[in-house]
Design a binder for this molecule. Sequence first.
Ligand SMILES: [Zn+2]
Length: 340
Amino acid sequence: MLATVMHGPGDVRYEQVEDPKILKPTDAIIKLSATCICGSDLWPYRGLQPQKGPAHMGHEYCGVVVEVGADVRTIKPGQFVVGSFCLSDNTCPHCQFGFQSSCVQREFMSGAQAPYARVPLADGTLVATSEMPGAEMVPHMLATSDVLGTGWYAAVAAQVREGGTAVVVGDGAVGLMGVLAASQLGAGRIIAMSRHAERQKLAREFGATDIVEGRGEEGIAAIMEMTNGVGAESVLECVGMEQSMQQAVGVCRPGGTIGYVGVPHGVTFDGQKMFFAQKRMLGGPAPVRRFLPDLMERVLAGRIQPGKVFDLVLPLAQVAEGYKAMDERRAIKTMLRVDT
Ligand SMILES: [Zn+2]
């Protein structure tokens, strides 16, 4: 088949690769209904994350099961499924505790920017719908796989509660999904930090009540003023840079919580400063599997439309242009149609 391979920074090709096949009896093969490009795919694309040789890209996926290994019990061919970028058995102590992204058998999904993909640990990783969803549901279901699941985790980790105040740092796709999650979880006030008009518009659509354009000290000062000098009880850090983390810590009230889902690049903490600041933190790769059944149900019931975060849709064959558009910030997030 033809699939997406990154050969090096800026070098994404849609080229011939071997068809995926069952390698372990717990694997499944799915035919993708759609796939997309993640903000984290841009780290190697920009040369900011070293890469060992050509990589099969793609870890966000939904589709129809075409084949399962001999030990797969609950997932069956013909089912429509969504899975997380973290592959998990869903039975080990960490999975049972709701942290499937720390599964003792954890692997990371790859090779999903393709017409077909192999999903290891199929029973633990995949969640099936009871019926085949309509084509109009595909973008929203795809979004639950990573970008919504990650934004949701940011909100849960930040302990967003009914009527509370949440600040979302970062107006990328995950940040926008963090706004949606905070809104669904009942936050009374949601302050989105964004300086791009079209992202502000989406943030408002997803439930932001206030927008702050300032960054750094200026942004912190604006939010402190809006909260009568107190700060916010829940802060969602959705970037992973030193400045965004400083902003998150700066706007969080003592006793408040920061949920951080941007993979940290060059972020450092001062232990003594954190000690006296008295701010709680929980982050890491999102245990999307914990949230998937609930998120898929919200989508199917028409309560949320997270697929609106895809502002560029291209055929899979044009995946290279999809990376370029995101790299140049012409697109928030690119969805790739699988037309085969
Ligand atoms: Zn596990």
